[in-house]
Design a protein around this ligand. Structure first.
Ligand SMILES: [Zn+2]
Length: 191
């Protein structure tokens, strides 16, 4: 069964939409026909539709998928999502996996995607607020990782899929730079 958003979660996501941290995806900006990597949650209720939608938006038929429960929620070293597992898929392992895929397939764009409501996020007792912070933090950590590994040329985008109750699900660009400027007090080296 698909997870539902409660009123508090909806209000949080609406507020981020109102302050343009969640923006409608611009097909011109999303366009990246040469190939990209998509990190997303494997959620049975959304993953097929999300892929079709993004494929259409990006005009890209070369989408290398890395799918793990919670998707982009797994990247940050601060995230409780990978730590819940008795076996280990850590954010760092995921970053190496992403790097290897980019290298093997000659990809220069990575899109990290989270979604609301996410069962893996719920299982780790994350609010929508927590989840968005961890996705942004994960993106920043991935940028640092690429920097350390000499892969600065790889562009990183972030998206949120929101299944508003009773409405068609929507895919948004998550403006990590705007989020960081607004909500993260520490000085940042990247976006
Ligand atoms: Zn999920």
């Amino acid at each position: 069964m698909a997870e539902l958003l409660d009123e508090r979660s909806r209000a949080y996501l609406r507020a981020r939409r109102d302050d343009d941290i969640l923006c409608d995806l611009d097909p011109h900006k999303a366009h990246h026909a040469s190939g990209l990597l998509l990190l997303q949650c494997g959620d049975a209720d959304i993953s097929c539709g999300l892929l079709d939608h993004y494929r259409q938006l990006s005009g890209c038929d070369r989408i290398h998928q890395i799918t793990v429960n919670g998707g982009a929620l797994n990247l940050s070293s601060a995230s409780p999502v990978p730590r819940r597992r008795a076996y280990a898929i850590t954010g760092l392992q995921l970053m190496y996996e992403i790097e290897e895929a980019c290298s093997l397939k000659g990809l220069d764009k990575v899109v990290v995607c989270g979604h609301s409501a996410c069962g893996a996020g719920r299982a780790a007792k994350l609010s929508e607020e927590d989840a968005m912070r961890l996705i942004v933090q994960g993106k920043l950590e991935l940028r640092e990782f690429f920097h350390r590994r000499g892969r600065e040329h790889i562009e990183i985008g972030s998206m949120m899929h929101v299944r508003w109750n009773g409405d068609e699900p929507r895919l948004y660009f998550l403006d990590a730079a705007r989020y960081a400027r607004t909500f993260m007090p520490a000085p940042l080296t990247g976006t």
